[in-house]
Design a protein around this ligand. Structure first.
Ligand SMILES: Nc1nc2c(c(=O)[nH]1)N[C@H]1C(S)=C(S)[C@@H](COP(=O)(O)O)O[C@H]1N2
Ligand SMILES: [Mo]
Length: 200
């Protein structure tokens, strides 16, 4: 067991779950560009899915919360090198939802759209992983505004910037379109186990 600095108090089992270049945190850092858009769900809030689907979707907040709830325990990895283990999320599973809308032939990517123009692109095959959620609860409580409440995307397989906070919609595309951080030089694919931090 390491005794100094960032490795302090990390068990061997925990260390094996850290992707290359990552260190373990026990707190939950807050990171975002811009400001927290609101602390209460706005009257006109909605969540939409559009693009390369046969049936676009629009839910009010009440409709979102009346869907089946899925619980997901996963590790999250931020490109700034912190990893948090065993985080507990609840929300709507994305794969069955997207499939139920009828994914069009050629659909290949999903772009998450958030408040204030924040976007993140995700390959469709990763967006269809079982662990991808529209998350509105964290750690057995309502998701706090600081962490993206009322709704954020959760994509555990990729660096955490792909998990867009204050989510308002998913756009299904038949091509790729870099999102906010990807345009600023971060990796398009963002696989923490391959340490894909930056683009070319
Ligand atoms: N809307 C929005 N979502 C965002 C961001 C952002 O700036 N705006 N930052 C991303 C980044 S870089 C990280 S590391 C995580 C941080 O989530 P947390 O604050 O809950 O730890 O949110 C991601 N989602
Ligand atoms: Mo980040």
């Amino acid at each position: 067991m390491a005794l100094f600095g960032k490795g302090r108090g990390v068990t061997d089992e925990e260390r094996e779950r850290l992707p290359p270049g990552q260190h373990l945190v026990r707190d939950f850092p807050i990171l975002h560009a811009g400001s927290i858009p609101y602390r209460e769900v706005p009257e006109d809030w909605d969540f939409r899915i559009w693009g390369a689907v046969d049936t676009p979707l629009r839910w009010t907040y009440e409709e979102l919360r009346s869907q089946d709830i899925t619980r997901q325990v996963c590790d999250i990895h931020c490109v700034t090198t912190w990893t948090k283990l065993d985080t507990v999320w609840e929300g709507v599973a994305v794969a069955p939802l997207l499939r139920s809308l009828g994914l069009r032939e050629g659909a290949s990517h999903v772009v998450a759209h958030s408040e204030e123009g924040y976007t993140a692109n995700i390959p469709l095959d990763i967006a269809l992983h079982d662990d991808v959620l529209l998350a509105y609860r964290f750690g057995d409580q309502e998701l706090e505004p600081e962490h993206g409440g009322p709704l954020r995307l959760l994509v555990p397989a990729l660096y955490f910037w792909k998990s867009a906070k204050w989510l308002r919609g998913l756009e299904v595309l038949d091509h790729d379109e870099p999102g906010f951080w990807e345009r600023l030089g971060y990796s398009n694919s963002a696989d923490p186990w391959k340490e894909e931090r930056y683009g070319f």
